[in-house]
Design a protein around this ligand. Structure first.
Ligand code: ADP
Length: 239
């Protein structure tokens, strides 16, 4: 079953920078899709368009429902977006508030919210972090708080922008495990192609405003020529 469908989508920033042009693709429910490509290829912008944070032209459907101004709030409830930089996402005095932010608007009671915060912290390996200040945590811990906040909303689709960026090997391994444990649909933008190889069953290469390749992760990531012409490198596990 298709959960995300993009049909002929394009986006140009107000200053005239054209990012992607007339691209189409489908993501199946439960799939893990790696979105890769050189810097500036438009990967982050694509996640912003899918989550409804920017207005692209063309059609995006989530669960068969065409995204429009009317249903954007319902669609956003199904999607959690974890930004590349945790400081863009964490702004409350305590971890528990960063995680519960927005949950009361979804109709949960205080008791339910406390339960959700506890459960989400547990699934991000952060038991007991409720009253810590997000700003005093390590980068790895901040990234896990962002992941906990994403899990708290029980999303069907998780959008992750460079989740392992700047993490030490231990933090990267931990985060990879947590992402793998999420059973819903995942779209992951990353330059960490070893992590993409480990988590994703499919891969899209975005470059020069279009999708250069889309298919099985091993098939694409092990194709030396395809990777090189897109300024990418075959990850270690396929060398
Ligand atoms: P990637 O994630 O693949 O590195 P981005 O989606 O961040 O690429 O950026 C795609 C292109 O859009 C780049 O040329 C970048 O400079 C430009 N861009 C990104 N954000 C903005 C913005 N807010 N305003 C104008 N141009 C932007």
């Amino acid at each position: 079953m298709t959960i995300v469908e993009a049909k002929g989508i394009s986006y140009t920033y107000p200053d005239g920078i054209e990012v992607f042009k007339n691209i189409s693709f489908k993501v199946a429910k439960g799939e893990s899709l790696g979105i890769i490509g050189p810097n500036g290829a438009g990967k982050t912008t694509l996640l912003l368009a899918l989550s409804g944070l920017i207005n692209n032209s063309g059609e995006i459907s989530i669960n068969g429902e065409l995204k429009s101004e009317k249903n954007i709030n319902d669609i956003r409830k199904k999607i959690s977006f974890v930004f590349q930089n945790p400081d863009d996402q964490l702004f409350m005095p305590h971890v528990e508030e960063d995680i519960s932010f927005g949950l009361s608007k979804l109709g949960y009671s205080e008791e339910e919210i406390n339960e959700i915060v506890k459960r989400s912290l547990n699934s991000a390996g952060l038991d007991g972090f409720e009253l810590r200040s997000s700003h005093h945590l390590s980068l790895g811990q901040k990234k896990r708080v962002c992941l906990a906040a994403a899990f708290a909303r029980s999303p069907e689709i998780l959008l992750l922008d460079e989740p392992s960026n700047e993490l030490d090997p231990g933090g990267r391994k931990e985060l990879t495990g947590l992402i793998k444990n999420f059973k819903g649909t995942k779209l992951i933008v990353s330059h960490d192609l070893n992590m993409i190889a480990e988590i994703c069953n499919n891969v899209m290469i975005l470059n020069d405003n279009i999708i250069k390749a889309f298919g099985g992760s091993k098939q694409i990531l092990s194709d030396k020529k395809l990777m090189e012409i897109n300024s990418l490198e075959v990850p270690y596990i396929y060398r």
